[in-house]
Design a protein. Structure first.
Length: 258
């Protein structure tokens, strides 16, 4: 008989994300991060959001969790099964990010937002309107615990940990195997920013600066560089010459090759 451990309801936090990119914790990495100038660490109440992205590394325990080095990587989620427990505003944002990466999303929640209901009607995701059961984790590639209960989210995290499934418990860094960073997206170009929980406010500032540095036209520019790269590889060029041409093209500003 299955054991339900939560009511599936969600928080109303407005922290958002649109990306399947993960910065996964690596327990083998060095923990030798020194304290900041002997001062006490502070954690902001809210993460950085932009176009649905957020650095959600805030919350109690963030400073302690920040002592562990994070391994940055970009993950292909297309066709992979991803579980989201909770379908309120926070869960909706997590779901949107996974759908945007082509993941097969399985939602477990007693109730959901209108947007989640709309996705379910067009079969963009699988939604079971009930409480979470540990067996929901079977076959999952990753899980997001986005309910309105910290205890429930922690229970989901521990169940996932036993199965070696990466889990993100929203707003609870100590119970996260990965974080959602602040991200600037320009087509194929993605720039992810994480402060390891020290200062989401700084991540927000850096994101705004990068938005100014990398204007929207960088998206089309990156695609153009990709086409140029394929053309060079189709030619009979010596590797050093090909590298020179590629670096030369990348050194220009968007639109300069037109």
């Amino acid at each position: 008989m299955k054991r339900a451990i939560n009511d599936g309801r969600t928080r109303n936090e407005d922290t958002k994300d649109q990306s399947g990119n993960l910065s996964a914790t690596n327990p083998r990495c060095s923990q030798g991060i020194e304290r900041l100038a002997g001062g006490k660490r502070r954690s902001e109440a809210h993460g950085v959001s932009h176009d649905g992205y957020a650095e959600d590394e805030q919350g109690p325990g963030g400073a302690k969790e920040a002592m562990k080095a994070l391994f940055p990587m970009f993950v292909k989620l297309e066709g992979r099964s991803c579980l989201v427990v909770g379908a309120g505003k926070t869960g909706e944002a997590k779901i949107a990010s996974l759908l945007g990466c082509g993941a097969r999303v399985h939602v477990v929640a007693l109730a959901g937002t209108e947007r989640v209901e709309a996705w379910h009607r067009v079969r963009a995701l699988q939604w079971e309107a009930r409480a979470f059961h540990p067996s929901d984790l079977d076959g999952a590639f990753l899980v997001v615990a986005a309910t309105n209960s910290s205890e429930t989210n922690q229970n989901i995290f521990h169940e996932a940990r036993q199965r070696q499934i990466p889990c993100n418990a929203v707003d609870d860094p100590a119970h996260c195997d990965f974080f959602y960073p602040a991200v600037v997206r320009r087509g194929p170009l993605q720039i992810a920013i994480s402060t390891a929980g020290f200062s989401p406010a700084l991540a927000q500032r850096l994101r705004r600066q990068l938005e100014q540095q990398f204007a929207p036209e960088y998206g089309a520019w990156i695609e153009e560089l990709g086409r140029y790269r394929r053309q060079l590889f189709a030619q009979d060029l010596r590797p050093p010459e090909r590298r020179r041409l590629l670096h030369l093209a990348a050194s220009h500003d968007p639109g300069s090759m037109k």
